[in-house]
Write a protein that binds this ligand. Structure first.
Ligand code: GRG
Length: 296
C-alpha cells in the first residue's frame, strides 16, 4: 500500500467529521466560529487522528468507532498551535501555509478560538452520542488520558520548558523532557485513546504507548531538523527560527548528525515495540518510516 495515498484517504475522513462537528461558520457568533474553522481547515496532516484510527484497527476494532475522538485530538492539537503562534509565545506569522490566526482575526479572538477548540474536544468525547457507543470506564479512561497529555504534566509543561529555556544553556535531559512533553505526549495519547476506545487490552495499550512515545520524539526531532534544513514552502511556516531564538533542541545542542541518529534510534524502538503485533501493525510501521523522512 502506498502510504501517501493511504494518509490522504484517512485525512479526508477526518476532515469530514471535523466539518460535521464544528459549529457552522454562519452561526452566531460567526467571527468565533470562522476563527475556529480557519485554523482547523488550514491544511494540517491529521497525523494524530490517523494514529488513533490505526490504533483502533490494530486492536481489532474499527476506525469508525473513534471518529469523534479523532476530531477531539485535532482540536487539542490545533489549539496548541494557535496559542504557540501568539506574540506572547513564539510569535509566528505563518502556519500551515497561511497567516497565523491572530494575524487574521486578532489576538483576543485567537486566544478564544484556541480555548474553544480545547474545551470542545472534551465536550465531544464526553457527549451523549460518544458515551452511547462505549462503556463508561473506556470513556473515563480516554478523558483522563487526553486531559493528562494536554495538561500541566505534559503538553503545557513542555511548552513552559520550551519557552523558559530560550537562550539559556540546557542539558540533554531537559531537551528530552521538552520533546517528550511538548510533542510525544499527544501523539502517544492519540494511540492509547484510540486503542482504549476500541477495546484494546492493557498489553496492547502499553505497546502502542511505547510506539507513540518514541514516534512522537522522532517526529519532534525531525521537526527541529526541518527548521534547519527544510523548505519553508513545503513546511508552510518560516524556518531557521530556532537558532535565532536560542531554542533548546537536539540539533542545536548535539548537532545535525547526532539528531539524525536519534531519530533513527527512536524509530527503531517504536518499530521494535509493535513487533509483537505482527502484520496487524504493518501500517503503523509504514507511518514510522514516513515520519523519519517527512518533509512537511
Ligand atoms: C499549551 C499554550 C500551549 C501551547 C502548546 C505543543 C505546543 C504547546 C505548541 C505547539 C507548537 C509545536 C511546534 C509543537 C510541537 C509539535 C509539532 C511538531 C507540531 C506540528 O505538528 P504537525 O507537523 O502539524 O502535525 P500539522 O500542521 O500537520 O497539523
Amino acid at each position: 500500500m502506498d502510504i501517501d495515498s493511504y494518509l490522504a484517504d484517512k485525512r479526508q475522513l477526518v476532515d469530514r467529521v471535523l466539518d460535521e462537528m464544528l459549529p457552522q461558520a454562519d452561526n452566531e457568533p460567526s467571527l468565533l466560529h470562522r476563527a475556529m474553522r480557519y485554523s482547523i481547515f488550514a491544511g494540517g496532516k491529521r497525523i494524530r487522528p490517523i494514529l488513533a484510527m490505526e490504533a483502533a484497527e490494530v486492536v481489532g476494532g474499527s476506525y469508525k468507532s473513534v471518529m469523534i475522538l479523532t476530531a477531539a485530538l485535532e482540536c487539542v492539537h490545533t489549539y496548541s498551535l494557535i496559542h504557540d503562534d501568539l506574540p506572547a509565545m513564539d510569535d509566528d506569522d505563518l502556519r500551515r501555509g497561511k497567516p497565523t490566526l491572530h494575524k487574521v482575526f486578532g489576538e483576543a479572538v485567537a486566544i478564544l478560538a484556541g480555548d474553544a477548540l480545547l474545551t470542545f474536544a472534551f465536550e465531544a468525547i464526553s457527549s451523549p452520542t460518544a458515551a452511547r457507543a462505549c462503556r463508561a470506564e473506556q470513556l473515563l479512561g480516554v478523558i483522563y488520558e487526553l486531559a493528562y497529555a494536554s495538561g500541566f504534566r505534559r503538553l503545557i509543561k513542555g511548552q513552559f520548558l520550551d519557552i523558559s529555556s530560550e537562550g539559556k544553556p540546557v542539558d540533554a535531559e531537559t531537551v528530552d523532557c521538552i520533546v517528550s512533553s511538548k510533542t510525544a505526549a499527544l501523539i502517544r495519547a492519540s494511540l492509547t485513546c484510540g486503542a482504549l476506545l476500541a477495546g484494546g487490552s492493557v498489553e496492547e495499550i502499553e505497546i502502542l504507548g511505547c510506539y507513540g512515545e518514541n514516534l512522537g520524539k522522532a517526529f519532534q526531532i525531525r521537526d527541529d531538523l526541518l527548521d534547519i534544513e527544510g523548505d519553508p514552502n513545503k513546511l508552510g511556516k518560516a524556518v531557521r527560527k530556532d537558532q535565532q531564538r536560542g531554542k533548546a533542541t537536539f540539533p542545536g545542542l548535539l548537532g545535525i548528525e547526532i539528531a539524525r541518529e536519534m531519530i533513527q534510534k527512536h524509530l527503531s524502538i517504536a518499530l521494535e515495540a509493535i513487533s509483537p503485533l505482527g502484520e496487524k501493525a504493518a501500517i503503523l510501521s509504514k507511518i514510522g518510516k514516513y515520519i523519519g523522512q517527512r518533509i512537511n
